[in-house]
Structure formats: structure tokens, C-alpha cells
Design a protein around this ligand. Structure first.
Ligand SMILES: [Zn+2]
Length: 461
């Protein structure tokens, strides 16, 4: 007896070469059968998904969960997410309270361990941080150079040490010598050398700070093409997410200062205030279990209530550059940027499926190519061989999309329905950790699965 049967959907599973109307049966947490007709009498529950598209569960390789993000990503159809920056304690506690049933992997921001550090860390500080992140259950480390940079030397050393300990390493580019822009991206590729590195949200370095955004996008692709040691993603939202925090009248984040400069605002407290009043800066406000964007006088009020320490979003991403980056392939037919991500979660821009479907309607991607960008390639990036496809024995992670709205209408993780028609019904979740984190996660008493980082794209060359 199957536990769950999805009948009559258009199954899009590029790994197994399927794009056809078929039935798919689930037993426990695994895919049990895929066939053109499966008898509903053999299933405890059958759901008619005719007219819908059935994708392998969407894996978002760049999110910030921060409590409300668990629900927000599940609502958007995501079944597995890589959180970029949270410490283990936060992920473990939040999964229990805010978990929406998704699978969660996470990287810890190295500055979490040294909040008062300047632009340099010692070799032993770096070694300890990487060791600690892994032993706490993270897959590895995030460097947020674009916001608070390290020197090139320290940045390269962090990448090297992660490679030595085989910890996953992701980098929001920028050092004391560059910034969160095309030059930072070029420098990041150089700093990696032959080491493995995940470069975050490529589109955010192509905002036209140095050249025309399209020219920047094409140059970014030139530097990433053929780099088998580098994994990357880009997202398809107009807005970014950055810190509104000011110290001594100045925004702490360099990204925030960039955003102000782009529209001619002073890079100061007053510049942010005016940008919020004008509707250029959007304050990320928690309301009704989600995060909303608020501008104008209300926005200023919430920003001041938070003593400026609250996330801001600016509409700074160039849509044309984003399309170029999301669709570009190399001569072998592989996508140069592996995945479409969101950099969303608690930042309200979980639009990978919706915008990806619009690219399909536009003719820029086929449905199978979208499945590659949203699920198969992300699974390869993280070395998740039982995800990213719908073959028999694969994890029963499924995202059902309504082509008329371009949005997900059902999410299934480990065989359980976690979202249906915008209502998130999943609870808890499953942490993806490494052998070195097993003990800590087991002690925390949350469900987990051990994965092998030697199979990730950045380490499996
Ligand atoms: Zn991010």
C-alpha cells in the first residue's frame, strides 16, 4: 500500500529524462513508483494533480531563515534550504518552534565567533571557527565580505582552511581591497585559486556600480565559465536585503552605502531616513507570521523602533542582468551559474519558482531546464544524490506548481505534505549535517540526516 499518490500531473524530472503526464507514488519518505497509470486502490491517499506540474522538491541554496523564513520558504514551495549565516544554536531552537517541515542545511557566519574582530583573523582563530562550525552541525562557513570585509589574506586563508577541513564555504564577495561588486567577484575567483568555493548571489555584483549591468553580467559569466571548483547561484528578485543599522550616524553595511549612493542619497543616517520616506528603502517588518515591506512614515517609525538594527530592502537588482545570469550556458550545455536561489527566507523575495516559471513562459528556459536550476543542480551543489530527481528510491521531496499562477500549490518533504494552497501545514523539519556534526545535532534531539561533503560540487572534482 502506498502512503500517497499524486495522479495525472506533468512530471518534470530531467535527471531521469521524464517530462510526461504520469502518476507518482510515495511510501514513507521515498518515491516508490512512477508510472503512466497507478491504481488509486493501491494508495491510502490519492491527490489529483492534473493540470499541475510536478517538480523534484525545490532546493533553495541561499536563504536566511531567521524564524519566520521557515514558513515563508515552505509557502513558496521550497522543500530544502541552505541557510547562509545562522549559528547552530539558532537553527536548532528555531526548527523546533518555527519549523515548517523543510530540510535545512546551514552555514555559520564566521563573524558569529568573533563579533568584534576587525579585518583580520589569525590562522588559529580561523582553524578554530571552521572546526567549531562543523562540530556544532553546520555544513561549514559563510563569509559576508560585501557587508563587513576581511583583508584578502584573511579571506583566502578562510577559504583554504575550509578546504583543508572539507567544510562547505560560501562567500558574499568583497574584501578590504574591493567591494560587493564585479571587482569583488573577480577577486573572489582569484582568492579561491584551485580551492572549492560557493560564490553567493552572482546577480548582486551586477547592479551597474562599475559598468552597465548587462556588461557586468557578461563579464561575471566570463570569469565563472569552466570553473569546476566554484559553485554559484543567482536570484530573480528586484529587491535586495541589507542592514539598516547605523553607528555614529553612518550605515554599518557597505552594501547599504552602495544602495544609497546608487540613487544619490548621502551615505548617512539621514540618507537612509529620506530613502525610506521616498519609498526607495523598504523596512522588513514582521506581521502575521511573515515579513512585509514597509516604506514612508510608517517605515521610518519601524526602523527607529528597532534602533535602526533592522533589515532594509532596496530595488537595486537589474532584471535584464538577472535573466542573462539565470539562463547562460557554457559550450557543453551546462548552466554557468548552477542554480536559481532567492537569498530570501525571512527577506520577502521567495520568488524563485514564480520568476522561474515566468522565464519558462517567456521562452528563456524549458520546464526541464527550470527543474535543473531549481532542484537538480542545487542537489549536485550540496552532494544530495537522493534529492533533485524523482526516481524510485529518491527522497519523497516534491514541489507541485500551478502553471496558471506560476506558483507552488503543494510542497511535500520526506513524504509528508508540508504546504497546500498557500497554507503551511508542516512542522519541525530535518537538519542536514556532516559526520562531524552528528553528535551535536543528535544531542539537540532534532531529526537529522548525515551528508557527505566530498560529494558536493566544490569538493567532488
Ligand atoms: Zn544572503
Amino acid at each position: 500500500m502506498y502512503d500517497l499518490l499524486l495522479k495525472g500531473g506533468l512530471i518534470v524530472d530531467p535527471k531521469n529524462g521524464i517530462e510526461d503526464i504520469m502518476d507518482i507514488a510515495i511510501t514513507g519518505s521515498k518515491i516508490a513508483e512512477v508510472a503512466s497509470e497507478i491504481d488509486a486502490r493501491k494508495a491510502k491517499v490519492a491527490i489529483n494533480v492534473s493540470g499541475k506540474i510536478v517538480f523534484p522538491g525545490v532546493i533553495d541554496t541561499h536563504v536566511h531563515l531567521r524564524r519566520l523564513g521557515y514558513r515563508m520558504v515552505a509557502k513558496a514551495g521550497v522543500t530544502t534550504a541552505l541557510d547562509m549565516g545562522s549559528p547552530a544554536k539558532e537553527i536548532i531552537e528555531d526548527l523546533k518552534v518555527y519549523g515548517s517541515g523543510i530540510n535545512v542545511a546551514f552555514l555559520t557566519n564566521i563573524r558569529t565567533y568573533y563579533p568584534n574582530a576587525g579585518a583580520d583573523l589569525t590562522d588559529s582563530q580561523i582553524e578554530e571557527a571552521v572546526d567549531r562550525a562543523l562540530s556544532e552541525g553546520a555544513l561549514g562557513i559563510k563569509i559576508t565580505g560585501g557587508h563587513r570585509p576581511f583583508t584578502p589574506k584573511t579571506t583566502a586563508k578562510i577559504i583554504e582552511e575550509c578546504n583543508r577541513q572539507m567544510a562547505y564555504i560560501a562567500f558574499h564577495v568583497g574584501t578590504t581591497e574591493t567591494g560587493s561588486d564585479l571587482n569583488g567577484l573577480i577577486e573572489a575567483v582569484e582568492l579561491a585559486g584551485s580551492n572549492g568555493l560557493h560564490i553567493a548571489h552572482i546577480n548582486s555584483y551586477c547592479r551597474g556600480l562599475i559598468k552597465d549591468p548587462i556588461v557586468e553580467a557578461l563579464e561575471a559569466l566570463k570569469h565563472l565559465r569552466g570553473k569546476r571548483n566554484i559553485a554559484s547561484e543567482s536570484y530573480l528578485a528586484l529587491i535586495n536585503g541589507t542592514s539598516g543599522k547605523c553607528e555614529n550616524g553612518v550605515p554599518v553595511s557597505r552594501v547599504t552605502r552602495n544602495c544609497l549612493r546608487m540613487r544619490g542619497y548621502p551615505e548617512t543616517f539621514d540618507g537612509i531616513k529620506q530613502a525610506i520616506l521616498d519609498g526607495y528603502a523598504h523596512v522588513n517588518v514582521k506581521a502575521g507570521g511573515e515579513v512585509m515591506l514597509v516604506t514612508g512614515e510608517d517605515g521610518v517609525k519601524y526602523w527607529l523602533e528597532a534602533e535602526t538594527d533592522i533589515t532594509l530592502s532596496f530595488p537595486v537588482n537589474d532584471p535584464e542582468a538577472q535573466i542573462v545570469l539565470a539562463t547562460a550556458k557554457d559550450s557543453g550545455g551546462e548552466f554557468i551559474i548552477d542554480a536559481i536561489s532567492t537569498d530570501g527566507g525571512a527577506i520577502p523575495r521567495n520568488v524563485a519558482i514564480e520568476k522561474g516559471m515566468l522565464l519558462v513562459k517567456f521562452g528563456a528556459l524549458s520546464l526541464s531546464e527550470l527543474a535543473v536550476k531549481l532542484s537538480l543542480n542545487p542537489a549536485r551543489m550540496l552532494g544530495l544524490e537522493s534529492k533533485g530527481h524523482l526516481g524510485v528510491g529518491a527522497d519523497a521531496d516534491v514541489t507541485v506548481v500551478d502553471p496558471s499562477t506560476c506558483k507552488a500549490c503543494m510542497g511535500i518533504a520526506r513524504g509528508e505534505v508540508i504546504m497546500i494552497n498557500d497554507i503551511v501545514v508542516g512542522r519541525g523539519g530535518c537538519i542536514l549535517t556532516t559526520e562531524r556534526g552528528r553528535e551535536a545535532i543528535e544531542r539537540a534531539n532534532v531529526p537529522y540526516k548525515v551528508i557527505d561533503l566530498s560529494k558536493t560540487k566544490i569538493y567532488s572534482r
